[in-house]
Design a protein around this ligand. Structure first.
Ligand code: BDR
Ligand code: CA
Length: 312
């Protein structure tokens, strides 16, 4: 199987992406590196550990990383994901703790152990990855593929018009990553919106009689209600879409290769992912942007992940 390393800030939609990854026989999850993002690091780490336990994957090492963005204090998305990031259902914490190794060091070590084969999927702010790059700028050469969930490629973001949450949370980190990787795959917020899942359908999958589905039904209840109230009949699942693309690249129906840069300036454009659509800057393309993905494949992966046999 292809080694897969997931950098994440769980987060309700991260959790479904993780279940999808655990469920894929063609990939082996070699670790979860965790950062602050949707909520604080103590919660995102506890949530990652719990999710592994629920999925029967307590063998997957979890590494705690950065508790705040590189240069400024952390905002959070508790309004969407609950104060604990998992819908405040009061779950019993996982039996084990995170590894002692810092997430940034784990990224570097695993990139050596799986040099040339490792697929890295970034589902949260890019702080851990930026730190790893600062320690070792040679990292991109050892990564087979980097898939990032982040950005808003035509300025229809979810935090501001210009910016999407993961990039807005730590724009400096995103700029470091976007400049360091000669090529990476970007699944942005606008792709998320274009591939919403009908709530009615998702509710059917959540009724599956498996530990994953029961747990996911509970932790996602609050965010599903929030999403239905605010956004209508479709549930926007950013991280699962990025994960579907990471696991099954053949599902991509339309891609655009362009240069993408992150705006750092304070003000309305902070955290914007500026795409040089007309290639006016004369700089090389660095991103492959996901415009359209096979909706049926995406939905099938989400459904199957919830129906899989778990460990509890
Ligand atoms: C991204 O931000 C987080 O809230 C989600 O987990 C996803 O990674 C969407 O903007
Ligand atoms: Ca996330």
């Amino acid at each position: 199987p292809i080694p897969l390393l997931i950098d994440t800030d769980p987060g309700v939609d991260d959790a479904l992406a993780l279940l999808m990854a655990f469920d894929d026989p063609a990939h082996r999850v070699v670790g979860l590196t965790v950062s602050a993002g949707n909520v604080g690091l103590e919660h995102t780490v506890a949530n990652a550990l719990k999710l592994c336990e629920v999925a029967g994957r307590a063998d997957v090492p979890v590494f705690a990383g950065c508790a705040a963005p590189l240069l400024h204090p952390a905002p959070d998305a508790a309004e969407v994901h609950g104060r604990d990031g998992f819908g405040d259902v009061g779950y019993v914490p996982a039996a084990r703790a995170a590894q002692d190794e810092h997430a940034a060091l784990a990224i570097l070590r695993l990139s050596h152990e799986h040099a040339g084969r490792l697929v890295l999927v970034a589902l949260g702010p890019l702080t851990n990855l930026a730190l790893a790059l600062s320690l070792d700028p040679g990292l991109p050469r050892r990564i087979a593929r980097l898939v990032v969930m982040g950005g808003a490629v035509t300025a229809r973001g979810n935090v501001t018009s210009a910016a999407e949450f993961n990039i807005h949370f730590d724009p400096e980190a995103a700029r470091i990553v976007f400049r360091a990787f000669p090529r990476f795959d970007l699944a942005d917020w606008e792709a998320t919106v274009a591939h919403g899942l009908p709530h009615a359908e998702a509710e059917g999958w959540l009724a599956a009689d498996t530990p994953q589905a029961r747990f996911y039904e509970a932790i996602s209840r609050r965010t599903r209600r929030w999403s239905a109230d605010r956004r209508g009949d479709r549930w926007y699942l950013a991280d699962p879409l990025a994960m579907a693309w990471a696991l099954e690249p053949e599902g991509a129906a339309e891609l655009a290769e362009r240069p993408v840069e992150v705006c750092l300036e304070h003000g309305p454009a902070r955290g914007a992912t500026v795409v040089d659509w007309n290639r006016q800057l004369g700089v090389p393309d660095n991103a492959r942007i996901l415009l359209r993905y096979d909706q049926a494949r995406f939905e099938a992966r989400a459904r199957v992940a919830l129906a899989a046999e778990g460990g509890l």
